[in-house]
Ligand binder design. Structure first.
Ligand code: ADP
Length: 186
């Protein structure tokens, strides 16, 4: 099983991705989490990524593609994986296609989780109270939303054209949404 989760910041991608990965026993690859752990380790990648992340901007595509290529080549990805937060731009999606081609793999589906903007900003502001994330201030949250609509939302059309896209309503109880996703995957 190879999945991609798309959706705006605050839609609950991370929470749902964990539940789905437990269900199918596949690897959860959250590029946000990977980058935050690189920052914590003060690695080269972390140092490069931090200034972009703190401003709510995207980290350069080449950095992300290198990370994903490494992760997908690892043997713990053989059972399948869920990409959470990647791809986020058309060049990343093109790069992913190339990596998959080399690995002789294909995506099964792309899940698009959606909610209205007001709900999203409210959730993020609530989350910011205890997340401790340096990119969770109201201004940066709004910037991340703008970046999503401009750079990432075009991927919805991209994957729709590849016949891979399934829309799932991201408003409701956590477990109810998990059930909707499982049904979409079925
Ligand atoms: P959210 O979905 O709440 O915005 P993430 O944890 O997915 O949060 O990402 C946090 C930040 O990490 C992004 O704002 C961006 O700077 C960086 N990032 C994560 N994934 C990518 C990606 N695929 N391409 C570029 N930057 C990314």
């Amino acid at each position: 099983m190879r999945l991609v989760f798309l959706g705006p910041p605050g839609v609950g991608k991370g929470t749902q991705a964990s539940a789905i990965c437990n269900h199918f026993n596949i690897l959860h690859l959250s590029t946000g989490d990977i980058l935050r752990s690189e920052i914590e380790d003060k690695s080269h990648i972390g140092l490069e990524a931090k200034s972009f992340m703190d401003q709510g901007e995207l980290v350069p595509d080449t950095v992300l593609l290198k990370i994903i290529q490494n992760k997908l080549n690892h043997k713990n990805a053989q059972n399948g994986y869920l990409l959470d937060g990647f791809p986020r731009t058309i060049p990343q999606a093109d790069g992913l296609n190339q990596i998959l081609l080399e690995l002789k793999q294909a995506l099964d589906i792309v899940v698009s989780l959606d909610a209205n903007e007001e709900e999203l900003v409210n959730r993020l502001i609530k989350r910011s109270l205890d997340s401790g994330r340096s990119d969770d201030s109201p201004d940066i949250i709004k910037q991340r939303q703008r970046v999503y609509w401009k750079q990432t939302a075009p991927l919805l059309e991209y994957y729709k054209n590849l016949n891979l896209l399934k829309d799932v309503n991201g408003i409701g109880e956590i477990e109810q949404i998990t059930k909707r996703i499982l049904k979409a995957i079925d």
